[in-house]
Design a protein around this ligand. Structure first.
Ligand SMILES: [Zn+2]
Length: 201
């Protein structure tokens, strides 16, 4: 299985087995040690997400059981029931729209020698769902994440190893999804990515 196109210039030590490909990362300067940064939501953003998560939580745990119905206009309604009967008393839970930034996750690495940065995962654009499932809105595209350094105990930079999974060959992918994509697009549309950081210990 292939290395994602957007990581090809910095991949080395490739190994491939069944559906999985693993490789290490090397900066174009030759250095293999990086600082790893992960995006996070700041307090203001978290506060904006809270009503959405509270409503979701209430829709699951607020009654004996819950379900959804669709009205004649196609709108979904969430209900919680206060007894074990579907004909018993119920209450509608209004779930506010999910803030557009709630599920954006970006991982970047910075070379410890020359300082060059690489985005190694962006949920908006990479992987199967990033590429083909959800159309990014303009505000999602414009959103600039906040990053925090993933600190090791000894604060030293790390080697980075990535494993990606492709469920099927390009031909099977095209046939099963009906998506006519190039080989490079297919390589970026992995099903799963795991990012490992490895310290000298
Ligand atoms: Zn470098």
């Amino acid at each position: 299985m292939p290395i994602p196109n957007y990581l090809r210039t910095i991949a080395y030590l490739e190994k491939s087995k069944n559906h999985f490909t693993t490789f290490h990362l090397k900066c174009i300067c030759g250095c293999t040690l990086f600082d790893v940064y992960e995006s996070y939501l700041d307090k203001k953003e978290k506060d904006l997400c809270q009503p959405y998560y509270d409503a979701l939580d209430h829709s699951v745990t607020g009654g004996c059981f819950s379900n959804c119905t669709k009205d004649e206009n196609g709108n979904i309604h969430h209900w919680i029931y206060f007894t074990h009967s579907i004909n018993g008393p119920r209450e509608e839970v209004i779930i506010p729209p999910e803030p557009f930034f709630a599920h954006i996750k970006v991982i970047k690495i910075q070379c410890s020698k020359c300082g060059k940065e690489y985005i190694i995962y962006d949920s908006r654009y990479n992987g199967y769902s990033g590429m083909f499932c959800t159309e990014c809105s303009e505000e999602q595209k414009k959103y600039i994440p906040h990053f925090k350094l993933k600190k090791r105990r000894d604060h030293s930079p790390v080697e980075v190893c990535i494993e990606v999974e492709h469920d099927e060959s390009l031909e099977a992918f095209k046939e099963n999804t009906g998506i006519d994509c190039s080989f490079d697009e297919y390589t970026d549309a992995y099903t799963c990515i795991t990012i490992y950081s490895i310290d000298t210990n």
